[in-house]
Every structure is written in structure tokens, then in C-alpha cells.
Design a protein around this ligand. Structure first.
Ligand SMILES: [Zn+2]
Length: 112
């Protein structure tokens, strides 16, 4: 079984043979999978900053500064709004999401 790069922290991890845990196909841990979902939902406009921040606060963000650059940007954006309330649309995040979606595709193809 080859190593897979986590789409959140970019660390290599062992993929699983059976798809027993959904998160294992794209992330190294359930925690990172949750973070990915929040970042994705936020970038998609499915949840607002307040909801995203509330969910993020429940996750372990230890060392998130070294996560994938695009993910860090979105997390920083979510966290930034907490102190500085500016009304800003998430155009950058949309682009980030497109990149992430294509990465998922590539990683899935490599795996199989
Ligand atoms: Zn990870």
C-alpha cells in the first residue's frame, strides 16, 4: 500500500486497503478530514464565517500554520473575521477549492 499525501497537512500517511474510513482516502486523520470539510463548506458558501469558526474551534488546529498553503489561507480568513469584522466575499477561497478538488482527483487516480 502506497503512501498518500494528506490534503490538509500534506504529511504522508499509509492509505488503507479497505475503504473502512472515508477520511483515509484524502486525509491522514479524522480531525483533518473535519477541518477539510469545514474549509470546503466555507469556501463553497454552505456555511458562514460564524458557523465555520464555531466548527473550527472544535477541531484540533495544532500546527495548522504548516498545513497546505491554500488551507491555511482559508483558516486564517475564518479566524481573522473573529477579531476584525470586514465584509468580504470569498473569491480567493473559490479558486482554492477548485485546486483542492483537482488534487483529490489526482490522488484518487494515483491510488488506484
Ligand atoms: Zn493531515
Amino acid at each position: 500500500m502506497g503512501k498518500i499525501k494528506c490534503i490538509v497537512c500534506e504529511q504522508l500517511y499509509n492509505g488503507c486497503d479497505k475503504k473502512d474510513a472515508a477520511y483515509k482516502t484524502i486525509t491522514c486523520s479524522d480531525n483533518h478530514f473535519q477541518i477539510h470539510l469545514i474549509v470546503k463548506d466555507y469556501a463553497n458558501g454552505n456555511i458562514d464565517k460564524e458557523a465555520a469558526l464555531e466548527k473550527l474551534n472544535k477541531c484540533d488546529l495544532t500546527g495548522y500554520e504548516s498545513f497546505k498553503t491554500s488551507t491555511v489561507k482559508v483558516i486564517n480568513e475564518i479566524k481573522k473575521e473573529e477579531v476584525k469584522k470586514t465584509v468580504k466575499k470569498t473569491k480567493v477561497s473559490k479558486a482554492v477549492l477548485d485546486i483542492e478538488e483537482s488534487n483529490i482527483k489526482i490522488e484518487t487516480e494515483n491510488k488506484e
